[in-house]
Design a protein around this ligand. Structure first.
Ligand code: HQG
Length: 179
C-alpha cells in the first residue's frame, strides 16, 4: 500500500472533489469512513483498502492533514469545495508566518493575503514550516511575518486548522512584514 499516494488521494477527495467520489461533506468537512473506503475500493489501486490503512496514513504523516473520530474522517485544512467548511474560531499565537514565492510578494503587499483557490488563507506557527510551504512554489521562498495579535485585536477572525496550521479569511497588508 502506497501510503503517500493514499494521503494525496484522500486529500483530493476530502478537500477538493468529494462529488467525484459520490461523497458529501457535512458542514465541518466530515464523511463516514466506510463511505470513503467504499468509494476508494472502486478503483483497482485501492481495491483492498481497510480502515487500518487510513489510520496508518494519519499516524505516519509528518503533517496532521486528516483526522478520524467516531467513524468519520475529514481533512483539517486546504479545502476548495464550493460549500464553506466551518472551522473553529480561536485566538492565534501573537506571530504567525507564511511562506510564498518571490514573484507573489508585490501583489501580497498591495492586496494582503487572500485565500486564492482555497477557502482560507493558510498560516504557519513557525518559520521552518512556512518556508517548506513556500518551497512548493519557489526554491528560495519569501517569508512573511504576520502580526496576528494586532490583526486579532483589530477584528480579523482566525481559525485553527491543526496545532501548526492556522486559517484566516484574509490578512490585510497592514499586518504583514516581508522578512
Ligand atoms: C498566494 C499545503 C498573490 C499565497 C501547504 C500562496 C499549506 C497571493 C498562493 C496549505 C495573494 C495560494 C496551503 C495575493 C495569497 N496575491 N498571491 N494577494 N494572497 N497569495 O496552495 O498557503 O501539504 O492555496 O502566498 O503546506 O501555499 O497539501 O496556499 O502561495 O499548509 O497538506 O497564493 O497547503 O498543505 O496557494 O498552502 P495555496 P498555501 P499540504
Amino acid at each position: 500500500m502506497d501510503i503517500l499516494k493514499l494521503s494525496k488521494e484522500v486529500s483530493y477527495a476530502l478537500r477538493h472533489a468529494p462529488h467525484e467520489y459520490e461523497l458529501e461533506l457535512d458542514k465541518d468537512g466530515w464523511v463516514e469512513v466506510h463511505q470513503l473506503l467504499e468509494a476508494l475500493r472502486e478503483t483497482d489501486q485501492w481495491r483492498n483498502i481497510q480502515e487500518e490503512h487510513l489510520f496508518s496514513m494519519i499516524n505516519t504523516s509528518e503533517k496532521k492533514r486528516h483526522e478520524i473520530l467516531d467513524g468519520r474522517i475529514r481533512a483539517l485544512y486546504g479545502h476548495s469545495v464550493p460549500q464553506k467548511i466551518t472551522k473553529e474560531i480561536k485566538q492565534p499565537p501573537d506571530v504567525l508566518y507564511h511562506g510564498t514565492a518571490r514573484r507573489l510578494v508585490s501583489s501580497i503587499k498591495e492586496h494582503g493575503l487572500l485565500p486564492k483557490g482555497r477557502q482560507y488563507v493558510h498560516l504557519s506557527v513557525d518559520v521552518e514550516t512556512a518556508l517548506q510551504v513556500g518551497k512548493r512554489r519557489d526554491e528560495q521562498p519569501t517569508l512573511l511575518k504576520i502580526n496576528a495579535r494586532k490583526a486579532w485585536d483589530h477584528g480579523t477572525i482566525f481559525y485553527i486548522g491543526n496545532e501548526k496550521v492556522w486559517l484566516a479569511d484574509a490578512i490585510s497588508e497592514k499586518y504583514i512584514t516581508v522578512c
